[in-house]
Design a protein around this ligand. Structure first.
Ligand code: GMT
Length: 379
């Protein structure tokens, strides 16, 4: 098939999922066209069958703000026509489902099937701010297939929007060849001495990630055993987190690495992954840790329990229950047999339940469904 993909190309789970999906589809022989504002951050090298079309938004003095979304809709229509795309797959209802709707109006009487994947914030943020409710609902109603990355998010979506169509769940996925346990420990040696434990957190440092909880859990762990914490990524809470780490007297033990390309190597070098989020529709990073053989200590928020099996591939606690999380972490790090069991179970669950090839096959079926629907409508 010829597939157009639009997503937020900057740091974040939805961009990572969309980019990995595009790469996997191209590997499977599809022709993939990214229609984006920037080159997606996880794209890395070039790939056969994969094209990137970067948006050039016109700027004229009369525009108070550049009309990005309108220009993106026009580019979607243009690329659809030029390359004969079969389907548009947009990640996030806002603005992409609306841009796709507009592209369809531009293409009329032809119709391009639109698949919209919800990743979380477009639905969860709405619970607080309903000013864009009608716009998002329109984007969803006009999509031919809607997917969500977890059952939790699908249920939330159905609760918020009285939609006529079902919301299909396709869990996020991981490439277990990329995120895998690694035996060579040169990366680990960059951060810890032989006897020290290495914990890791990676995110876009938004308030929902509860960064102070990450530090609290780590402090309690470090009171019991020698340890370091890697903080990977950047975002609005980053300066506050650094300050807090200093105030807590953890400046030498908490290493803020910022944005990193080789997350898979860092992940595999760690002993435990921390994700105490307030909200999380899925928790892709937790899955990537599991695939690397790294058990996860997380909150029982949103879709996380669909990823991390409590007591099997890590431990879950209520949001904010940092002492419980720290106790679980210490237990895991001091019981070698338990650690080994969980590490193996984490890897096994990631490979068996969330393998990239299985999930991409599910997306292929969804594309066919969207095409069939438009064909039936005479599009
Ligand atoms: O978590 C973030 O802040 C980034 C956000 C995004 O939009 O990229 O991630 C969302 O989508 C990811 C991929 O589907 C999920 O793994 C994350 O759980 C989800 N984040 C939230 O729901 C807060």
């Amino acid at each position: 098939m010829k597939i157009g993909i639009s997503c937020y190309p900057t740091l974040g789970g939805s961009g990572a999922v969309a980019t990995e999906l595009g790469k996997a589809l191209a590997r499977r022989g599809h022709e993939v066209h990214f229609i984006v504002t920037d080159v997606p951050f996880r794209l890395g090298s070039f790939y056969r069958n994969l094209y990137v079309h970067e948006l050039q938004t016109p700027t004229y003095p009369v525009f108070r703000t550049p009309p990005h979304d309108l220009a993106l809709a026009a580019l979607m229509a243009d690329i659809t026509q030029q390359y004969g795309l079969d389907v548009l797959h947009v990640h996030y209802a806002l603005p992409f489902a609306i841009c796709a709707l507009l592209a369809n109006e531009l293409l009329a009487p032809r119709r391009i099937p639109v698949v919209t994947t919800l990743h979380g914030t477009d639905v969860t943020v709405l619970a607080e701010d309903r000013s864009l409710y009608g716009v998002i609902r329109l984007g969803l109603e006009r999509s031919h297939v809607i997917t969500a990355v977890s059952h939790h998010l699908a249920a939330q979506t159905r609760e918020l929007f009285p939609l006529r169509r079902p919301v299909t769940v396709i869990h996020n996925f991981v490439d277990p060849e990329v995120f895998r346990p690694r035996t060579h420990d040169h990366v680990r040696r960059c951060f810890v001495e032989g006897h020290e434990r290495l914990l890791i957190h990676a995110s876009n440092f938004r308030a929902v990630k509860r960064i102070p909880d990450v530090l609290d859990v780590f402090r309690e762990v470090a009171n019991h055993l020698p340890a370091k914490l890697l903080m990977v990524g950047e975002g609005p809470e980053w300066p506050r987190a650094r300050r807090l780490a200093m105030e807590m007297g953890l400046a030498d033990q908490v290493l803020f690495l910022g944005k990193q390309d080789e997350v898979a190597e860092l992940m595999a070098a760690a002993d435990l992954f921390l994700l105490p989020s307030e909200r999380e529709s899925f928790g892709l990073v937790a899955l990537e840790a599991m695939a690397s053989g790294v058990p996860v200590i997380a909150s029982r928020a949103g879709g996380i329990p669909e990823v991390v099996e409590d007591g099997v591939t890590g431990f879950l606690a209520d949001v904010g229950a940092t002492t419980q999380m720290a106790d679980a972490a210490v237990r895991l790090l001091t019981d070698e047999a338990l650690y080994r069991r969980m590490s193996e179970a984490a890897r096994e669950r990631a490979v068996l339940q969330f393998h990239v090839e299985d999930k991409v096959a599910e997306y292929e079926r969804v594309y066919e469904q969207a095409v069939a629907e438009v064909t039936a409508l005479g599009g």
